[in-house]
Design a protein around this ligand. Structure first.
Ligand code: ADP
Ligand code: MG
Length: 448
């Protein structure tokens, strides 16, 4: 008779849950067990002394009442701390923290993009053949030849595509090994969240067993010294364990502003490969490939038309093909040269310039360790103003934009302030060697 309360403890807990409600139950009772019952005293194990005390002062009477009802006689309760429960609860807490991390910064699910961003869908030309060959090598022998592999190049030239392609291939090959693809932003958010919530161990454990760690848009780490330190640590411990690391950024590591020297050195210690804008023949192949994926039939002259005019990035080519596909499905007519010219009028008009203002903005922001929006904002701190002046200078010299176009784009500045900014930078370039070198490097980012 004595042991029945222990045997039916589940039912006792069930009644307690009804009485105190779900939240309190999960907080205080979920991890308790009835250990023994002797002389009308039931011994209840709890994971910690704190919990035992809390239950004793707050819920002793409720528990005794409900337990007595189940026992059919008056029983009292005594709490004891149970080490196993403690460890179990620790595990649960760790798990909960890990899940929380997952919620705040979910792993970018690259597998969904597997078809679109596969290595076999990647069109290879002179502009990207080295990066592609390096990607293949990494898939063949992760963690050996090119470690780390650092890809850089302008926006929309295929870095993310290659990164996701590599992740998927390695995942397919080493099924049970951990393959992580994460943006530098996701990495940073997760790290900061872990830091704030005392879950750094869970954060580190997540990466400790990886076969491949892929981090996209590394320029996001600029200006974030604490994350850079953590990154360097993670990086070093992973590469000691033979993990392959692949990184991508808009700029060469040395051109990412405010990146610690130790990190830059690490980034360039393996293989650095640049992606350039595709030449005409490669563009033709890309148009064909994208049209096929979109299941839109394009005659050869339309393919060539797109390849001639979409000279910026692969993303631009893709945008043009998507526009044509939309036209075709709306009009239910095959796309001919006339329709293509009409549909892509904007593209043809904007194609006159070698660089666009958003391109300049992106490169200068990366170089200065700023976010893109800051250059267009009204902020006038010295760092932002300087970067903005540099961007204006480049817009004037590389893109031949008018002063008013430049002023309108970079935060609605008036004509004369743009003129004086451009003049100032022109003077500085003549005397400041570092600046001159930076301008030359930025110029080469645009292939000019
Ligand atoms: P990035 O990360 O360099 O900014 P993405 O990888 O996102 O650029 O590429 C932009 C788009 O162009 C993607 O949809 C991608 O599939 C496509 N793309 C880029 N390069 C190629 C290529 N060589 N072959 C096929 N598609 C490409
Ligand atoms: Mg990208």
């Amino acid at each position: 008779m004595e042991t029945t309360v222990v045997a039916v403890w589940g039912k006792v807990l069930e009644d307690i849950r009804k009485e105190v409600g779900e939240t309190r139950y999960n907080l205080w009772f979920k991890n308790t067990v009835a250990i023994s019952s002797r002389d009308n005293v039931i011994e209840v194990g709890t994971p910690s002394a704190f919990l035992a005390e809390w239950l004793e002062t707050h819920y002793m009477r409720v528990m005794a009442r409900i337990a007595s009802a189940h026992a059919g006689r008056a029983v009292s309760i005594r709490f004891v701390v149970d080490g196993n429960l403690f460890r179990g609860q620790r595990k649960q807490e760790e798990q909960a923290k890990r899940e929380l991390l997952e919620e705040v910064a979910p792993a970018d699910d690259v597998r969904l993009e597997a078809e679109r961003y596969s290595l076999s869908n990647f069109i290879v030309g002179p502009c990207n053949s080295i990066a592609y060959a390096a990607a293949q090598k990494v898939v063949e022998q992760p963690g050996t030849a090119y470690n780390p592999l650092f890809l850089h190049g302008g926006v929309g030239l295929g870095k993310t595509h290659l990164l996701v392609g590599i992740s998927n291939e390695v995942h397919r090959k080493y099924k049970r090994d951990v393959v992580e693809y994460v943006s530098a932003e996701g990495f940073t958010n997760r790290f900061l969240f872990a830091l704030r919530n005392g879950a750094l161990d869970a954060f580190r454990a997540r990466y400790r067993n990886a076969r491949l760690l892929v981090i996209d848009d590394v320029h996001f780490l600029a200006n974030k010294p604490a994350t850079q330190d953590e990154f360097l640590n993670t990086f070093n411990s992973l590469s000691r364990g033979g993990c392959q690391i692949v990184l991508a950024s808009d700029s060469h590591p040395k051109l990412i502003g405010k990146l610690k020297e130790s990190l830059v050195n690490r980034f360039v210690s393996g293989m650095v490969a640049k992606l350039d804008k595709p030449d005409y023949r490669t563009r033709v192949e890309i148009v064909k490939c994208k049209a096929e994926l979109k299941r839109v039939a394009l005659p050869q002259e339309v393919i060539e038309f797109v390849a001639r005019h979409a000279q910026g990035s692969v993303r631009e080519i893709e945008g043009a093909v998507n526009t044509l596909a939309a036209f075709a499905s709306l009009s239910r007519m095959p796309v001919d040269a006339r329709i293509a010219a009409e549909a892509l009028k904007g593209l043809v008009e904007s194609g006159q310039r070698p660089v666009s203002l958003p391109d300049i903005e992106a490169v200068v922001a990366t170089y200065s360790g700023l976010t893109e929006g800051e250059l267009r904002s009204r902020r006038r701190t010295q760092a932002v103003s300087q970067a903005r002046h540099l961007a204006m200078y480049l817009a004037r010299n590389l893109g031949s934009f008018s002063y008013s176009e430049i002023g309108a784009y970079f935060g609605r500045r008036n004509h004369s302030s743009v003129v004086s900014a451009v003049e100032k930078v022109t003077r500085q370039v003549g005397t400041d060697h570092d600046l001159a070198r930076a301008v030359a490097a930025l110029r080469s980012e645009f292939g000019l």
